[in-house]
Ligand binder design. Structure first.
Ligand code: V47
Ligand code: SF4
Length: 383
């Protein structure tokens, strides 16, 4: 929504006076408070929060919608942890139901992409003792030897905290070794909900909020970038979501190291939380919008189509999101196993471009760090 039209919308729509004050702050480019954020979740109707979020999105990235060409590698789905929302992990004692790739097997997967114009490999999965410091530093080095320009976006503080503890390293020592081995950036996973009231219930035993944030801070202080996520729509209350966003906003003020924020909708298939209903698409869109409004210091909000499906992803692009992730391929199982409509999450570049153009926005291929690789707004895509 353009500046003139947002003011027209606010002036001509019947809005609760407290919400109107929040809208005035957004238009005046002032930061909204914790209480404002909770009020938006409690009272903000979809049209209202969407108008504000789209206004901010337009100011930050205009009509551009970013995507990248990437592929996923999941080294294992066996995990020492037992997060109750996870449909994916197989406990070490049920190892026979899982997979565990060697460095050589992962390199074979990477080599399948030789000659193809992918710019990023996204590596994440379960946590097992065998995939330790030596395993990952060896893997990163070998990937870089094979294809130096391929951006390695790998592992989260959940893995790093475990690996460094086992290797008796501080976060600083450990992250420096990862950087030297070839790690380029960190994906946003493992954040779940930071507040211990919820984290202890759904993700007990893995790294705490403070540890998750500390590892990102160390990484940012090395001059490098990462993403952040929030797993929403289960047993948390609205204020837990704002508490989560607040902690991210505070760290971003300090370091500026986050590239993008990615809301992850809780999917309830085949996990210990299958009795918890999934939230509606309206709630998904409100969550995108309010995240966009709250995180004023984040440049990008990603609508992760593999998790929410392509139609909701298209809608999210009008509710604050300006990124739709990547082409991916069927090597990611984490979402189809949890009940995503995208059973085999593959989109060609042409399909991604079409998806964005269908909603009258401008497809722009980026690299992981949001450098523009190609603007597809006019021409047809080459395969
Ligand atoms: O941390 C696991 C989530 C995350 C379920 O940085 C679930 O570019 C919903 O972080 N329902 C991993 N979510 C994925 C992730 C990610 C994805 C795409 C892009 C980027 C990026 C990061 O997936 C986990 C967890 O929060 N998850 N199970 C579930 N049942
Ligand atoms: Fe393990 Fe990650 Fe699943 Fe938790 S969410 S059980 S840490 S794979």
């Amino acid at each position: 929504m353009k500046p003139a039209s947002i003011q027209h919308y606010i002036a001509n729509t019947k809005i609760d006076s407290a919400l109107k004050q929040i809208a005035d702050k957004v238009i005046a480019k002032q930061r909204i408070s914790f209480d404002d954020g909770v009020l938006l979740f409690e009272k903000g109707e979809l049209g209202f929060v969407g108008a504000l979020a789209n206004y901010i999105k337009q100011q930050k990235s205009g009509d551009m919608v970013f995507f990248n060409r990437n592929f996923h590698v999941e080294p294992t789905n066996i995990c020492v942890y037992t997060c109750s929302f996870c449909s994916y992990s197989r406990l070490i004692k049920h190892k026979e139901e899982g997979w565990e790739l060697s460095v050589e097997q992962i390199l074979d997967t990477i080599k399948k992409w030789d000659g193809k114009p992918v710019t990023e490999v996204h590596i994440t999965g379960g946590v097992i003792p065998k995939q330790d410091l030596a395993f990952y530093t060896d893997l990163f080095r070998k990937i870089k030897q094979h294809r130096p320009a391929l951006h390695i976006k790998a592992l989260t503080p959940v893995e790093y905290h475990y690996i460094f503890k086992k290797a008796k390293l501080t976060y600083e020592e450990g992250m420096k070794l990862m950087k030297e081995a070839g790690l380029d950036s960190m994906p946003g996973g493992g954040a779940e909900i930071f507040h211990p009231e919820i984290r202890d219930e759904i993700a007990g035993g893995k790294c705490s909020a403070e540890e998750w944030l500390a590892i990102h801070e160390v990484w940012h202080n090395l001059g490098l970038k990462s993403n952040a996520t929030m797993l929403y729509g289960h047993v948390e209350k609205y204020w837990h979501r704002i508490d989560h966003l607040e902690r991210l906003r505070t760290l971003q003020d300090k370091t500026g190291g986050f590239n993008a924020f990615i809301p992850l909708k809780f999917r309830n298939k085949d996990n210990q939380m299958s009795h918890v209903p999934e939230v509606s698409v309206i709630e998904d869109l409100r969550n995108y919008a309010i995240s966009r409004i709250y995180l004023d210091n984040f440049d990008h909000i990603k609508a992760y189509w593999a998790m929410i499906g392509r139609s909701t992803a298209q809608l999210a692009l009008n509710f604050g999101a300006d990124d739709i992730d990547g082409t991916i391929d069927d090597t990611t199982k984490i979402y189809s196993m949890a009940g995503s409509e995208e059973l085999t999450p593959i989109l060609t570049t042409q399909q991604l471009v079409d998806l964005i153009k269908q909603v009258d926005l401008r497809p722009v291929e980026r690299d992981t760090l949001y450098n523009v690789v190609h603007d597809y707004s006019k021409e047809l895509v080459e395969a």
